[in-house]
Design a protein around this ligand. Sequence first.
Ligand SMILES: C[S@@+](CC[C@H](N)C(=O)[O-])C[C@H]1O[C@@H](n2cnc3c(N)ncnc32)[C@H](O)[C@@H]1O
Length: 440
Amino acid sequence: MGAFLALLMRPQHLERVARQALEDAGFSLVQSDVPLVTGGGWRADIVAWGPDPDGELVAAAVVECKSAPRSSSSREDVLGQLARAASVLGSPSCYLFDGSRWFIADHRFSELLLVPGPSGPGDFARPLRLSDPAVMERFLNQRLWASLNRQRDSHSWEAPTMQLADYVEGLLQDPHGLTLREGDELSRVEVNRRTLFAVVLRQVQGLLSPRRLATVEVGTDDRLVQTMVRLARVQSEWTLADPFCGIGTILWELEQRARTEQSRLHVHGVDINQDTARLSAALAALSDAGTSVRAGDAFNWLLGKSMDCIITEPPINVLLSKPRDYWAGSTRHWEPLVIARCLDALRPGGRLVIHTARGWLWHQRDERFRLELANRARITALLGLPDGLFTSTSIPSALVVVEKSPPTDTLIADLRDDWYEQLSPGGACWQRYVELVEQG
Ligand SMILES: C[S@@+](CC[C@H](N)C(=O)[O-])C[C@H]1O[C@@H](n2cnc3c(N)ncnc32)[C@H](O)[C@@H]1O
C-alpha cells in the first residue's frame, strides 16, 4: 500500500514529507532544491544542515526524492547524483526517499540500503558555529538574492550600490552571528567575522564587476591595489586616506596589510556618492577594523588635513563646471587639481600614490602645473601602465608617487604586460624604486 501511495505522490509532496521526516529527526535547517554549483542547474532535492561533533555547521544529510525507482538503472542514477552531491557538500549521509521508504547509500555509492528513516544530528555544543567560507557563501548567496529580489519592485538595478548597501546593513543587524532562516532562532549560527567579511566583499565585488555592469566605475583592479599599497611603503601608526574610495578596495587592502604585518593603521575613506559611501561604510563596520568611511566631497574633506599617506584612484576625464584656484593658477582640469589638493593634505614627508590618466603628463595646458609640482615636491615615480587598468575604459594610465619633500631624481618607466611582476618584490623596477625611496 505504501509503495502504491508513493507512486501517486507528486514531487513537491514527496519533498515535503521527506523534509518533515528530517525535521522530526532533529534538523532545524532543511532546504529544498539546493544549487550545488553557483548559477548552474545542478541541484540537490534536499539538504539537511547540522553540526559536526565540534558544533560547526555542515551539510549533514543529502536526500534525493524519487517515487519508486525500481529499475537498477534508475537506482544507479540516484547513486550517481548522491555521489556528486556528497563530493560538493561533503555530506556524510546520503539518502533516497521514495515516498514511504528511506534508503542510505553505502560509503562507496554502490548500494542503497533500507533504513527506518533519516538519522538525526545527535548532541552538539551550542552555539552552532560557521567558519567554512564555501558553506558561508552558499547561505549568503541565498540571503543576497532574497534581499535583491525583495527590492526589485521598489528600485531598479540602476542603483546596485544602494541595494548592496541595504544587504550589508541587514547583515550588521545580526551583530554576533548570522540568521540563516528568517524568524528562526534555532537557525542562528555564530560566524567567523573575518570569513564573513571576505565572503561579503567577494559578493559585492562580483556583482559590481564591470563584466556584469558596463556602467560601474568602482572596484579598482586587485593587483593594481596591491601594487599601490606596496608603493606607499606604509608604516605602523600612519594615518592614511582614500578620498575617492568607491567600494573601498584600497581601504580593505590596507586593513589586510595591517593585519598580516600586525601593525596599526588609521584609515579613512570618502566618496561623494551617497550610496557608494553607505555601502563602503557598511563594509567597514562589518570588517570591524576601525576604518572610517563617510559621504562627502574629497576637496572639502582634504582641506586642513595632515595625512601620512594618500592612496587613491579618482575618476578620470572630469571637467569641472567652473575653474578652481590652486597653487599653479586656476583650472577646470581634474588631475592637476586632485594632485594639488592631495599634496596639500599631506604632512611634510607624506606620500601620495595615485592612479591617473596620462594626459596631464604631456598636455601643454598643464605645463605650469608640472613645473610647479616638480619645484614643490619630490616626484618619486612616474610609472606608465598598459591599457585597460581603469575599470570600464581602455585608456592608458599611470601610477604616480609624489612626496611632500624636496625634489630628487624620478624613476620613470613605461611598463608593459609584466607591470605587476616588475613592481613586485624581486622585479627590476621595484628594486630601483626601493633604492630611490630609501636614498630619501
Ligand atoms: C574610480 S572610482 C574609485 C574606485 C575605488 N578605488 C574602488 O575600489 O571602488 C572613483 C570614485 O570617486 C568618487 N568621486 C567622484 N568625485 C568625487 C569627489 N569630488 N569627492 C569624493 N569622491 C568622488 C566616485 O563616486 C567614485 O566612487
